[in-house]
Design a protein around this ligand. Structure first.
Ligand code: NAD
Length: 295
């Protein structure tokens, strides 16, 4: 495996491009929004600089890594030579089904098609292609260059051989893969999202404030980040989409998204990426300031 195509240059897509390029793969990073490609490349550059400051890589390695990443706004052009495509576009089932139909037509017949979805059925995406045995979930964690886990999700028709290839490839990237089956939210988000949703309900019902809730979970449960800060970091739109998949998939009220989360997404308060969620984010500042809405 040599050529990797990544669909989407957002929070996850640029991180995935970064780790593959660091390990010597040729990466084609594709996004329909040119500004997202620019922002994605700028983020990779910033993260590589951070690694230089920590003396983890040299200036020459940074240059080589960036030299292995090309960008494109066209799926047909970007996936033409791919051995593996990793879809990391917005968490929306209809969008992903369209992308998988297109990937099946445009990527070489032998190419494996992976998705970084947080919750959507791998089996459904595989079913719109003519190669369901070659479709698999490769769920990286945020931030991709730092987090060790890759949740590898087998769809109904994913072959043993493809699963083994992706497990081995994850190890080549220095990650720890864990194989799971294809049910809504898989393992990671089936457990994480109800906790985040409950934290938002706790705020919504006035049990405690933003900082108080996060402090209880950080100091009381030894979580490195409180659930509200983590939700901001993941993206509140992404959290809402995942909760909807859990709610639809299991049909149980316990997964119903908190109305406060729904309102925040409707208001464009998406967390760190939009500059405001439960906290406000000022470029260049590391201070964690609670949004005026919750003060
Ligand atoms: P994001 O909103 O930061 O980025 C999504 C990108 O996809 C955008 O740049 C958008 O322009 C692009 N896009 C939309 N339609 C496209 C298309 N047709 N072709 C090419 N690009 C397209 O989202 P994200 O947080 O990076 O999430 C991407 C995927 O990764 C989602 O499936 C999400 O569930 C999953 N994921 C997210 C996290 C997280 O912490 N944010 C963690 C693990 C997995």
């Amino acid at each position: 495996m040599k050529n990797i195509a990544v669909i989407g240059a957002g929070t996850m897509g640029n991180g995935i491009a970064h780790v593959f390029a660091m390990k010597g793969f040729s990466v084609s990073m594709i996004d329909i929004v040119p500004a997202a490609l620019e922002k994605g490349l700028a983020n990779i550059t910033k993260n590589l600089d951070r690694m230089i400051n920590k003396e983890l890589i040299t200036e020459a390695e940074k240059k080589e890594t960036l030299g292995r990443i090309k960008t494109s706004t066209s799926i047909p052009e970007g996936v033409r030579d791919a051995d593996l495509v990793i879809e990391a576009a917005t968490e929306n089932i209809n969008l992903k089904l369209e992308i998988f139909k297109q990937l099946d037509q445009e990527a070489p017949a032998k190419a494996l098609l992976a998705t970084n979805t947080s919750s959507i059925s791998i089996t459904k995406m595989a079913a719109v292609t003519g190669r369901p045995d070659k479709v698999i979930g490769m769920h990286f964690m945020n931030p991709v260059p730092v987090m060790k886990l890759v949740e590898v999700i087998r769809g109904y028709a994913t072959s043993d051989e493809v699963t083994k290839t992706i497990m081995d490839l994850s190890k080549t990237l220095g990650k720890v893969p864990v194989e799971v089956n294809d049910y809504p939210g898989f393992v990671a988000n089936r457990i994480l999202m109800p906790m985040i949703n409950e934290a938002i309900y706790t705020l919504f019902e006035g049990v405690a404030g933003v900082q108080e809730i996060d402090t209880v979970m950080k100091l009381g449960m030894a979580h490195p980040m409180g659930p509200l800060q983590l939700a901001d970091f993941i993206g509140l739109d992404v959290c809402l989409s995942i909760l909807r998949v859990l709610h639809d998939g299991f049909g149980q009220p316990k997964y119903a998204p908190c109305p406060l989360l729904v309102n925040m997404v409707a208001a464009g308060k998406l967390g760190a990426k939009s500059g405001e969620g439960f906290y406000v984010y000022t470029p260049g500042s590391k201070d964690l300031v609670v949004s005026a809405f919750f003060r």
